[in-house]
Design a protein around this ligand. Sequence first.
Ligand code: NAI
Length: 294
Amino acid sequence: MTIKKGFVLGAGIMGSGIAQLMAQKGIEVTLVDMDEAIVKRSLAGIEKGLQKRVEKGKMTDNEVKDISSRITTSTKMEEAKDADFIIEAIVENVEIKQKVFAKMEKITTPDAVLATNTTACSISEIASAVSNPNRVVGMHFFNPAVVMKLVEIMPGVSTDPAIVEKTRALAVFLGKEPVVTAKEGIAGIASRVLAAQLNEAVWVLDEGIGTVEDIDKAMKLGANQPMGPLELIDLIGIDTHLAKTRTLYEKFGDPRYRPCYLLEKMVHAGYLGRKTKKGFYDYKQDPPAPMKLN
Ligand code: NAI
């Protein structure tokens, strides 16, 4: 693999998983977020996850040491200066993404790939913030990034086919099964198809037709899904799911994507799902119990 140094911006759910995956495959990676506490928490989470694999006999202590030694954390985007491959995994907001891409273009070498893990922001819109949009590509991992096999790769209108190929090769190197979309489409394939279903589950809850548990049970047992839709939204993050459905609704005007107001209330109240330990379920309880939502 020609990628020697990776750079991941955003040390949240996805950024931590992507950085861990790169390090597991032998790539030196710098993981950056806005403040020290976030990157420390993220690294501690990665190490805790790896330690669990040691306890299960799936990894040795030495392997964990090697993987951890390949991850450097920082709060400075300037660390991207010698990276070959940049993956942005910050908050799902196109204006903020554009700002960081404009900054990153100045910091990085001209050959470095500028990839975004966005769920539903337009790749071409993000790329419009840089002077060379040919370098910008969508590289969408699924959650948890270390485990899920799919990576969707999506070119923007101007993305160089060589950049798409480099991205596809990296996904294969990371042990993933890439799907490259023929062209840009909001939210690609899996997230777009799934969004309508997840959204419907929230409406069914809001209309009082089923409880949180019943809705998840119905979809697990009736549609043979490994996780219920509400559990899955908690895993994704209520804020991220809301941002995605808002974008889909705005772009397509299709009522299937109209976000339920319940999601907005939950975000205002800090009910972001697993990452804040409260969402449709209360993760402070073991096992998680349905949350009382007014
Ligand atoms: P998250 O909320 O867990 O983490 C986002 C991180 O970005 C936070 O740590 C935040 O401090 C950081 N951040 C925000 N602005 C920043 C800036 N200007 N510079 C540096 N760091 C900044 O979000 P998550 O879930 O990791 O999502 C990140 C991206 O990945 C989003 O675009 C999302 O749509 C996408 N995604 C999310 C999936 C999921 O299941 N959560 C799945 C696939 C893609």
